[in-house]
Design a protein around this ligand. Structure first.
Ligand code: CA
Length: 220
């Protein structure tokens, strides 16, 4: 299940954000505090301004983090209001949510953290959206990283999963689904084409990069 969960997570970050008029002049950066950056047109909060601090779903774009229900990481992007823990009232108001995959994970808690290269809290390229891999053509070599920690369940069903993901360095290469440094040291399994998993923990360490499980090693 975990890989499915993670795979969906990238999508979230792509869906969630912001399409405002391009107001930045070249070389200028628009911040959330400037109050022009908005949620995307397909988001439940379309047209509303991004705010500093946690939004009703659990995203804190200024602070580079998410904390909340796993369902809430996605529901806004799918056009649904935030889930606040009351199934009956939520279903009464949003019956079609049962058709959305993330509804089944509403009791899973998630904390995500990321750096500015992964998803900036500024728009410096003037497209009205928070920047991704600013200054780089893709995530490759950008030094972007993210952590996901999710947990839930009761008693014997209790579980926890933690993963660290880093953008592949510019001179890294990929063979058979695994990223390696230029001199052939294993970085970790590929995920989403431009990233490597450098650490996974689930009731003990599942994977730890032999090269480094520290983000600093992969910074440009
Ligand atoms: Ca931008």
């Amino acid at each position: 299940m975990k890989r499915i969960i993670i795979a969906a997570m990238a999508l979230t970050l792509l869906l969630a954000l912001a399409a405002a008029p391009a107001l930045a002049k070249p070389g200028d950066c628009v911040t959330i505090q400037d109050r022009v950056l908005e949620y995307s047109s397909t988001h439940y909060l379309a047209g509303e301004l991004l705010e500093v601090g946690f939004d009703p779903y659990g995203y804190n774009y200024q602070g580079h983090m998410f904390s909340g229900s796993y369902a809430n990481a996605y529901l806004g992007g799918y056009g649904f209001p935030p889930y606040e823990g009351d199934d009956a009232s939520y279903l009464a108001a949003n019956p079609s949510v049962v058709n959305v995959w993330c509804w089944d994970y509403r009791d899973t808690r998630v904390e995500m953290k990321w750096n500015d290269a992964w998803l900036s809290n500024k728009d410096c390229n003037g497209d009205g959206k928070l920047d991704r891999h600013f200054g780089f053509a893709s995530y490759i070599g950008s030094g972007a990283w993210e952590t996901n920690h999710m947990w839930g369940g009761e008693g014997a069903d209790k579980y926890s999963y933690f993963v660290k993901i880093v953008a592949a360095p510019a001179d890294a290469y990929k063979t058979a689904g695994v990223w390696y440094t230029a001199d052939g040291s294993e970085i970790g399994p590929d995920i989403w084409g431009e990233f490597a998993i450098i650490q996974e923990v689930e009731q003990g360490v599942l994977y730890k990069s032999p090269t480094s499980a520290g983000f600093g090693f992969y910074a440009p």
